[in-house]
Design a protein around this ligand. Structure first.
Ligand code: HEC
Ligand code: HEC
Ligand code: HEC
Ligand code: HEC
Length: 236
């Protein structure tokens, strides 16, 4: 085999690889992911019968909910959550009630708010879809927990429990990292793990739109194998 034919083979290989890469990019995204609740969505266990749009369950181009970015279309969440604490948790001086995009996630993942409790463009006056906690409760065939991060379910209302979840909505800056001594400097974090207004939120670890998430994980921005996700921040 000549050098040139090897080059040709390599070139063909590169084109094939690029095609596969393009195909992978084309299939990712929110459409047909677990967060596609439209009547045509195929990615998850939940789907509306009366709504063919995808983004509308979370966003609206007009008449968005005041004070909730980006262009948020869900009923504002006004709940008090029990939040994470420990003697060694270094973010304790800045952690508060979930804010930013964590509050947006919890407008479904609290367990009690119906998936189709969106405002603008909602064809039904009363929500028809269930809340996550109506499916994931103790004794349920689907198991307990699952996507029910806030711990509410029928008969177990207003628990609003985030004490057993990785802390969110606290400031992660270089001062925190220096105090902890075993954390990457916030200023040295890779762009793959974004902070929002200097704070760590649910979307720091998860990509809700399924664009950059690692295949085979629950929308994680960095792989779980070898605990690569944890080790990006924690120097353990
Ligand atoms: C409109 C309601 C809603 C909002 C808002 C929402 N989720 Fe979800 N999410 C769900 C539902 C329902 C499921 C379960 C889907 C299924 O199993 O079919 C889910 C599933 C998930 C999963 C598991 C995916 C998998 O592959 O099993 C993750 C992780 C997740 N959500 C994270 C988030 C994060 C982080 C946010 C905010 C940035 C968020 N979600 C906002 C309703 C929502
Ligand atoms: C299940 C809820 C959910 C659905 C469905 C959803 N989004 Fe989002 N979106 C969020 C959340 C939460 C954030 C803030 C966190 C983040 O940026 O990841 C966000 C952020 C955004 C942003 C601002 C940040 C950025 O990445 O530029 C845009 C633009 C956006 N979404 C567009 C869309 C469009 C367009 C669709 C439909 C094709 C869509 N979203 C569907 C929950 C959702
Ligand atoms: C430090 C990173 C990190 C943060 C912050 C984080 N998660 Fe997760 N989350 C994970 C990991 C890791 C998993 C397990 C993923 C897997 O098994 O693929 C997970 C799993 C999930 C699941 C799927 C649970 C299941 O059993 O199906 C949901 C839903 C979820 N997270 C939502 C959230 C919400 C909502 C927030 C904010 C309140 C949040 N996460 C904050 C790392 C994080
Ligand atoms: C984006 C960066 C980031 C990622 C990714 C991340 N963490 Fe954290 N984690 C932090 C920060 C910052 C704190 C608060 C500082 C501290 O006390 O350690 C924290 C806190 C914790 C705590 C509580 C520490 C205490 O003293 O109470 C534990 C345990 C923990 N993380 C484990 C994990 C695990 C396990 C993973 C992977 C599944 C993970 N973290 C992923 C940044 C991250």
């Amino acid at each position: 085999m000549t050098r040139n034919s090897i080059k040709v083979l390599l070139a063909v290989g590169a084109v094939v690889a690029a095609t596969f890469a393009l195909a992978a990019v084309a299939t990712a995204g929110v459409v047909n992911s677990k967060h596609d609740f439209s009547s045509g969505g195929t990615g998850g266990n939940w789907g509306a019968t009366n709504q063919a749009q995808v983004c509308i369950f979370c966003h609206t181009p007009h008449n968005a909910q005041a004070g909730q970015e980006p262009l948020w279309n869900r009923v504002a969440l006004s709940k008090t959550f029990s939040i994470y604490s420990s003697d060694t948790f270094d973010g304790k001086s800045t952690i508060g009630q979930p804010g930013g995009n964590s509050k947006l996630c919890l407008s479904c993942h609290d367990g009690s708010v119906a998936i189709d409790a969106y405002v603008a463009g909602n064809p039904s006056a009363s929500p028809k879809m269930m809340a996550i906690g109506d499916v994931y409760y103790p004794g349920s065939p689907y198991g307990q927990g699952g996507p029910n991060i806030g711990g509410n379910y029928a008969g177990n209302n207003n628990v609003n429990d985030l004490t057993n979840d990785h802390p969110v909505s606290f400031t992660y800056d270089d001062a925190l990292a220096n105090a902890d001594k075993h954390l990457k400097l916030a200023s040295a974090l890779p762009a793959t793990l974004p902070l929002y207004g200097g704070k760590m939120e649910c979307a720091t670890c998860h990509d809700v739109h399924n664009q950059k998430s690692i295949a085979g994980t629950k929308l994680l921005r960095v792989a779980k194998d070898g605990s690569a996700l944890c080790l990006t921040c924690h120097l353990k």
